[in-house]
Design a protein around this ligand. Structure first.
Ligand code: SF4
Length: 420
């Protein structure tokens, strides 16, 4: 259950693939959603503590490290799997679990992982007959405080964040009634330390063509490109932005300048990029790059990738329909952008409707010569913002097509692609 000891032996590539995909399907479909969904994989690959179980866990541990978003999502689900297993385990299995963790940790005494010492101490403590009987007893109260331990708070950051533990001089005070939460929290910290110390393995793994093949299949199965048509990446976006409608070009330029956007601007812009073909991986890389830089907002911005990476990744995955209710969200329409101002610090909106003349000219001057801009400002502006936008599209793409209507920002980009 804790996966301290990597598996040994040989496995065929075909079986390895089956194990990995079965595990991933189980983690994604069964544990990631409240809905009952069909599991098409093989349960035999998930029997707790079996060689297949270990192979699946360790292979995914190394594979998912290729992407921050994938890794954090995988780790969250593996933790959920541990929590589920701990909630159904019987006394004998639980005792065996503690024993196995202790045995495996003792075999690696020279490993420098601060969680090892805490785990060893805790599991040994839980195996003391009176303590073991106490924690597995049916009458063990949910808020029992009979036994407690003090653990360095840095090893239990999620419990600290959730305010599930009291803090005392840098230590988190954990009671016996919290033994499951404690193990799950230490499990996450343990894996994070492990992967930090095993970067050499990741490098070897990433050059193995067999693993690259599985990784490509994994990415495709997780992020099918059925909702988009373009190919925007974190590295080509500065070129692609030339084909964006002014509303989205504005958000991109603002983000590049200030390295932050307000909540709703970030939400709509992420959805736009998603629909225009930016993969989840690229979206995470793009936002990570900007939010890792110091902000240049007028307000005191407290967002920072380093501090809030988990939240950012969750929110991006949510917009991609991979978390929460798993809805396929879309970018709002032009009329929405023209009418709605979701919050006071919102920097978005339709430039043809919401910007003053100077701000509009300044934005359009990024993609037009001065004489074209003057001509456009003199002849291209219409009553309806969408009509002005269609005019701007014609001007910029130098097309004389008359039947252009822009109702959604995504439509603008799609039409630009069709012409290029
Ligand atoms: Fe964007 Fe629509 Fe305004 Fe054009 S009309 S700038 S696509 S909101």
């Amino acid at each position: 259950m804790f996966y301290v000891q990597p598996p040994k032996g040989l496995v065929t590539l075909h079986t390895l693939e089956e194990i990995v995909f079965s595990r991933l399907e189980y983690l994604n479909n069964i544990l990631g959603s409240d809905k009952k969904v069909t599991f098409n994989g093989k349960f035999e690959y998930l029997f707790e503590g079996s060689p297949y179980d270990c192979i699946g866990h360790f292979t995914l541990r190394l594979l998912t490290l290729r992407s921050d978003g994938f890794f954090s999502s995988w780790l969250r689900k593996e933790t959920l799997l541990l929590r589920t297993r701990l909630s159904v385990v019987n006394s004998r299995q639980l005792y065996r679990f503690f024993k196995t963790v202790v045995k495996h940790l003792k075999r690696r005494e020279n490993v420098d992982n601060p969680v090892d010492r805490v785990l060893l101490r805790l599991c040994s403590f839980f195996m003391i007959p009176d303590i073991f009987k106490h924690i597995v007893s049916k009458s063990h109260a949910e808020d029992c405080t009979e036994y407690h331990d003090k653990i360095d708070f840095e090893l239990l950051l999620d419990l600290v964040e959730e305010k599930a533990v009291e803090l005392h001089k840098g230590s988190a005070v954990v009671h016996c009634s919290q033994w499951k939460e404690l193990l799950c929290s230490l499990f996450q910290t343990f894996i994070l330390f492990e992967v930090k110390n095993q970067s050499f393995l990741v490098n070897n793994f990433s050059t193995d063509p067999r693993m690259n093949d599985i990784w490509n299949k994994l990415q495709y199965s997780l992020f099918p490109k059925d909702y988009n048509f373009g190919n925007i990446t974190a590295s080509n976006i500065d070129r692609e932005v030339q084909k964006f409608p002014p509303c989205m070009e504005h958000l991109h330029l603002l983000l590049r300048r200030k390295h932050r956007l307000s909540h709703y601007a970030r939400l709509y812009y992420t959805l736009f990029l998603k629909e225009c073909g930016m993969s989840l991986e690229e979206a995470i890389a793009y936002w990570k790059n900007e939010y890792s830089k110091p902000h240049k907002c007028d307000s005191v911005c407290i967002h920072n990738w380093h501090k809030d990476a988990k939240k950012f990744i969750y929110s991006i995955r949510h917009m991609y329909g991979l978390e929460g209710v798993k809805k396929n969200y879309s970018t709002p329409s032009c009329s929405f952008f023209c009418e709605e101002v979701p919050s006071t610090n919102y920097e978005g909106g339709c430039p043809f409707k919401n910007f003053d003349t100077d701000s509009l000219k300044s934005l359009l001057s990024n993609s037009m010569t001065e004489s074209d801009l003057n001509e456009f400002m003199a002849t291209g502006l219409k009553q309806e913002p969408q009509e002005t936008c269609a005019n701007f599209f014609r001007f910029k793409s130098m097309t004389h097509l008359q039947d252009i209507t822009i109702k959604r920002p995504v439509q603008y980009y799609k039409k630009m692609l069709e012409l290029s």
